[in-house]
Design a protein. Sequence first.
Length: 455
Amino acid sequence: MHIGKRPFHWSVRNKKILIIMDRKRSQFNNKYCRFQTGLPGLLAGLYWIVILFIFAACSDSSTGNEPEPQPDPVFGIIEVEVVTTGDDDDPDGYSVSIQGGETREIGPNGTVSFNQVRTGSKIVTISGIPGHCTLDGTPSQAFTLGDNEIRTITFEITCSAIFRDKILFMRSTGVQFEYQIYSISPDGSNMRLVSDMILSSNAAPVASPDGLKVLFSGSEGGSQSQVWVQNSDGTGLQNLTNNPDIVHFGAVWSPDGSKIALSVSDPGSGARNDIHIMDADGSNLINITNDPDVTDASPSWSPDGNELVFNSVRPNPSGGNIFSIAKVNTDGSGRTILLEDEGFIVTTPNWSPNGDQIAFHRSEIGAGIGAQIHLMNPDGSNVRNITAEGGNPNLGSNWPAWSPDGNQIAFHASGGTALNLFIMNKNGEIQGGRITNGENSQHHINPSWSPFTRN
């Protein structure tokens, strides 16, 4: 390259531009270094400007203006622990999460660790706490995690009793015709007193669909049988019917828990029992069968809540009574006899959870064997004795109660020197032995399986 008439050249070394000129010709007053007028001079000036710009830019890049290196991130550890207390003998777990981070499952009395958590402001939140449990404090805890800190966050939860996968039943106090309500797990463990009220043997307890309440009938202070409800932990006892002159018994929840079906009679008028429906708080009691010549009792809801099946008794013109199982729409229409057995007693029908079967117990009058568990279709067809089919043709078995999944049936039968609870498959095969151990007339009777189960 030439500027003017003299050689000029440059090179790049270590991001610097070296300008090399003849020393003898490099003085600014030399004619060869002067800018020429006209086009040659203009081009020469532009060359100098470009070269100086490149030189300045390259010089700047070598002055240490690069971004400062960032320090390595610092982390901490967050340990979350949950302490669950109360009367729930098998509580579910929960979920815990860090804001903007991951979510983890934690047991009812468990601990989880979140490692490699960047330091700074953090919020830990617990969720999935069911309605029968109460958290002490707020579900979210805010704090600042320091460098290399191990921070422990604790949530304390109290869970009241709940009827989850439980069988409720009546247990004799040892005094004739006196019973109390108990619950037990299907494997025979965790037997617990539910109510300390002293009740008669027809006071069949039934758990609410959410497992938080129990419904039962019984008398207090010499009055007629009333319908009662209380919380699963034994608190909050209420008399729903509260009419001491009228008999109320056999109460059962609707599938959604909003209604209660029961049998009602007025001893003063001589009328027989009729099936009634009322709201869950005891209001709006309505007679839906309303036949003074027939005794209707032991209602059971269809799974969709649109029908009730029940047992019915009417006088036999030739003497005695005729027993039947009938069903009716909840508005009182469509009463239909499903099964009528002259010479047999058929009672306590129980609709299966999926609606495809009705269980009941049936006994031949004067046969001496006692009742046995039977099944039939909802239209009354395909009646079969599953106690006998299961290999126990001489076992008296009563009061069938479906498991929530419809695969098993709890019932009471003679076991030892008292009535005890058993469980059979729906084909009649008894699973193991008895699940209660009453002896010497300390009976365990009238089971019902809580509809609430683990999701």
